[in-house]
Design a protein around this ligand. Structure first.
Ligand code: ADP
Ligand code: MG
Length: 670
């Protein structure tokens, strides 16, 4: 029994986890795999077992009244009965009940409780019914009864043993089945675990992928938003462009319409233009005829005015100069009345010699002069130029022109020719004004087919030597002396060797040249006192005009001469040795000025010999004096009483020139 119970116990220990097994496994999983019916089957052995145990329990319960200890002595022998501890019986029964597990264990104590029907324990039987040693029959009887009971009990125990063996077999079978099932389930569990792990891994991968996709989705969504915004903008832009396109199309249509009408106009205009061109050619011919006629008439007018004209200009009293007594200089009105430009001048001079003789106040003598024009002190530069602009025009028409400024030093010659100080445009003199006029008229004539070119030179004749006022650099030095030569053998044309001939075409260039001349004169002035007033300055402009279409050409010089001071040196004062040079110089000046007068006179008298060669000045100007040439002399007068003597001399000289008439001029045409 003990061994059996040990075996049972072993099985129970084995079975316990098996019974518990299914409850430990997740039911859902086994259900997923097996389905509910299979589950029932899996649970089946447990049920059976329970039933089985239940049956055993019934047996046990039914036999519970029989003290388990009573059986022990039977198998172990009688001697063993006394020695077996009381504990073993309940242990055995509890071991069996443990197999039943959930069944209530059969209480061992009540089984031992002596009831009225219960068989008394062996010890108990022995003690109360102890027969006297002599009662052997009684004792035998008792023993027989005891044997009988033991045999019955043995029989019952055998039966019980048999049942238990069957139960054990059944339980072993169950255990085997459960073991198989367990291994199957374990395999399945491993497989499921692997699957779960794989699933977990996949899940991880998938969630990572999901994250990545979510991230990409976010980016894509952002992109979509941006694109949507862009699309909106583009739509807006497109709308604007469409509007503009429509506008442009409308304009284009309008332009096309305008163009076609313009084309029609152009066609008609072209036709008109051909007509006009023909007309223009005709007009051009007529214009040219008129221009030539104008030149002829202009020249006639100049000749009627006189080929030699004399203008008198009286400069104003300058600051610091004593005001002359009233009536010293008078400008009586001309024959046409006060509205006419003045042509007369009257100068009063007291006769000092007669005053000293008689002691009475000196009588005054009036000297009247008449010229082509008289400019009183208030006359402006532009008024003066207006009078000579027609003469300058003649130079463009091919007539040589000479303009002189004659007078004593300080009478205003340089002011008249070059202008006042400071570059004030209102004080500009004849030279810059004449050139500006020439340039603008040449420009006008350019429209009629004339092309003009101008070449300027500027020299100084001092003490019968010629010096270039436009010299620059080394030519300024003492080796830079100039000579007047014929341009070629048999040529009438004269040139000055060593002098610069500068082409000019605008005011600015002329200004530069005048500035250079002033600088050169200033340098010379420091070397020799007041040299500029003792020398003649000759500005020459060679004018060449050409009408290529008609094969016409006209060449003429324009000479603007600022003469040396006409004052004479008092011979009584020039006694000192240093004054000898001064005297010679003055004589040279006087000689050249008187030669000019003589030349003019000879030309006027149509003498066969004209003394051009007597002075460098007349020699240089010989082609601009006489013949077709036009000459204008400004006689510059000081308004001061102290200069009255020199003023009278100048006026007398000018009057003589004014009386000269030089024969009919011929334009220098080729
Ligand atoms: P010249 O050349 O005959 O020696 P300037 O031309 O040098 O004389 O003139 C002498 C002075 O008189 C200069 O200071 C000049 O500016 C002045 N002058 C000459 N004419 C006029 C005038 N019409 N108006 C104002 N000032 C003049
Ligand atoms: Mg001067």
């Amino acid at each position: 029994v003990d061994m059996e119970s040990q075996e049972v116990k072993k099985n129970i220990e084995l079975k316990t986890p098996l019974v518990k097994g299914p409850s430990q496994l997740p039911l859902s999983r086994s259900r997923l795999k097996r389905g509910p019916n299979q589950m029932e089957d899996a649970l089946e052995p447990a049920k059976k077992r329970t039933r089985g145990v239940g049956a055993a329990t019934k047996i046990n319960t039914s036999r519970s009244r029989v003290p388990p200890l009573t059986t022990v002595p039977q198998t172990q022998g009688h001697t063993a009965v006394q020695k077996v501890p009381k504990k073993t019986a309940p242990r055995c029964s509890t071991a069996i009940t443990a197999v039943l597990k959930n069944q209530k264990p059969v209480p061992a104590v009540p089984a031992q409780k002596p009831g009225p029907t219960a068989v008394p324990p062996i010890a108990g039987v022995k003690k109360p019914s102890k027969r006297p040693a002599w009662d052997l029959k009684g004792q035998l009887c008792d023993l027989n009864a005891e044997l009988k009971r033991c045999r019955e009990k043995s029989q019952t125990l055998d039966q019980e043993n048999q049942q238990l063996r069957e139960q054990l077999k059944e339980a072993q079978q169950q255990a085997k089945d459960l073991g198989t099932e367990r291994s199957t389930l374990e395999g399945e569990l491993a497989r499921v675990r692997t699957q779960a792990e794989q699933g977990q891994q996949q899940l991880g991968n998938l969630s990572a992928h999901v994250l990545e996709l979510e991230e990409r989705l976010g980016t894509q969504e952002g992109l979509v938003q941006v694109l949507q915004k862009e699309q909106l903008e583009l739509q807006e832009e497109r709308r604007g462009l469409t509007t503009r396109l429509e506008e442009q199309e409308r304009r284009l249509q309008a332009s096309e319409a305008a163009l076609s009408s313009s084309q029609a106009k152009v066609a008609s205009l072209q036709q008109e233009a051909t007509t006009q061109a023909a007309l223009l050619a005709e007009r051009g011919d007529r214009l040219h005829g008129l221009e030539m006629e104008r030149r002829r008439l202009h020249n006639q007018l100049q000749e009627l005015k006189g080929n030699i004209r004399v203008f008198c200009r009286v400069r104003p009293v300058l600051e610091g100069e004593s005001t002359p007594s009233p009536g010293f200089l008078l400008f009586p009105p001309g024959p046409g009345g006060p509205t006419d430009p003045p042509t007369r001048l009257s100068l009063a001079r007291s006769d000092d010699r007669r005053a000293t003789l008689s002691g009475a106040p000196a009588p005054t003598t009036r000297h009247d002069f008449s010229f082509d024009r008289v400019f009183p002190p208030g006359s402006r530069q532009d008024e003066v130029f207006e009078e000579i602009s027609m003469l300058v025009q003649s130079a463009l028409d091919g007539y040589p022109v000479c303009i002189f400024a004659y007078g004593q030093t300080g009478s205003g010659k340089t002011f008249t020719m070059e202008g006042g100080p400071g570059g004030d445009p209102q004080l500009e003199g004849l030279i810059p004004r004449a050139l500006r006029h020439l340039f603008s008229v040449a420009q006008e004539l350019n429209g009629q087919g004339w092309t003009y070119s101008f070449v300027a030179s500027y020299v100084e004749i001092y003490n019968e030597t010629v010096r270039d006022l436009l010299a620059t650099g080394t030519r300024k030095g003492p080796g830079g002396e100039c000579e007047i030569r014929r341009a070629g053998p048999g040529s009438e044309e004269l040139t000055i060797t060593n002098a610069r001939y500068v082409p000019v075409s605008c005011e600015k260039e002329v200004e530069t040249l005048l500035h250079l001349a002033r600088q050169n004169r200033a340098v010379a002035r420091t070397a020799q006192n007041e040299r500029s007033s003792r020398s003649h300055s000759v500005f020459q402009l060679q004018i060449s005009g050409e009408h290529a279409a008609r094969g016409l050409q006209c060449i003429a010089p324009l000479n603007l001469v600022d003469l040396a001071g006409s004052e004479r040196l008092d011979p009584g004062l020039a006694l000192g040795p240093g004054e000898r040079d001064r005297l010679r110089e003055t004589q040279a000046i006087n000689s050249s000025l008187s030669t000019l007068g003589l030349v003019i006179m000879a030309l006027s008298n149509k003498e066969s010999y004209v003394p051009y060669r007597n002075s460098k000045l007349t020699y240089l100007l010989q082609n601009s004096l006489g013949g077709s040439a036009k000459m204008l002399m400004f006689v510059n007068i000081s308004p001061l009483e102290e200069n009255v003597s020199e003023s009278l001399n100048s006026l007398r000289f000018a009057s003589k020139v004014n009386q000269c008439v030089i024969g009919t001029a011929q334009a220098n045409k080729k």
